[in-house]
Ligand binder design. Sequence first.
Ligand SMILES: [Zn+2]
Length: 275
Amino acid sequence: MAVESSESADLPVFDRDVACPCCGYNLRALTTPRCPECGLTFSVAQIRSGVLRWNVPTWLDRCDPWQPHQVVLRSLWELWRGALRPGRLLRQLDLEGPLLPAVLMLVVGVGWLWVLGAALAAAAILVHTVASPAAAVRVAALVWAPRMAVVCLPPALVGVLCALLPFVLGIPLGGWRRAFRLGAYWVPAVCLWGVVPLGVGMLVVPDFALELRWAAPATVLIVAAVALLRARTKALRGWQAGLLVVVLVVMGVVMWGLGRVLPGALELPLWVHVG
Ligand SMILES: [Zn+2]
């Protein structure tokens, strides 16, 4: 909790460890609402709510939505950045930003996932079977990529719901707009965590999609264990940590079920030869 020494002088003092969302500096025991390391200032309202965010517009937010090449390239950049630095996304995404770039991020981001999934699946089919390149691309784009998305999307959506539980990451639930902004950037990025390892795994091991049915729930259970350990350090209440773990375990079971959507082998289906 923050304690203000004076209403007019705005001299808040954190009596607990609070990391600056911009540079990570510990703001404990400051006497002015300004980070001495990076200069980020924060309001009394932010301190009172216990949530410090640095709302930074993304590269996509700043693009001209009527320039398709900007939208396509910048959404790819945001997709990779979100996947590689999820913590940054959760701490610094501008939740009050415009809605149109968020809609574009969701639509074009899912399109990129489809392209990446299809490219990796086509490469795996070419490496492990005797299919022609045209047939491999066709099956990868029409069969593998959509099913890869079906496997990866629900866990990503559950991830957004988890992130929006106020006690998990301290992101304030300020209405559907904030939730949509976060979800639009977060869902494609989390799906990338599923699509790329799945595609690369298929390139290395032909039966990877079959193994995935066991590997995916195992991964989620490991994440649940890590979340539980983190919960101890973040002093979550028992029921909160329990709820998180239950959600993650359910997610593991769902992923095990969804894994059955994927074809079991890379061999091409009959309709390709007929068509
Ligand atoms: Zn700072």
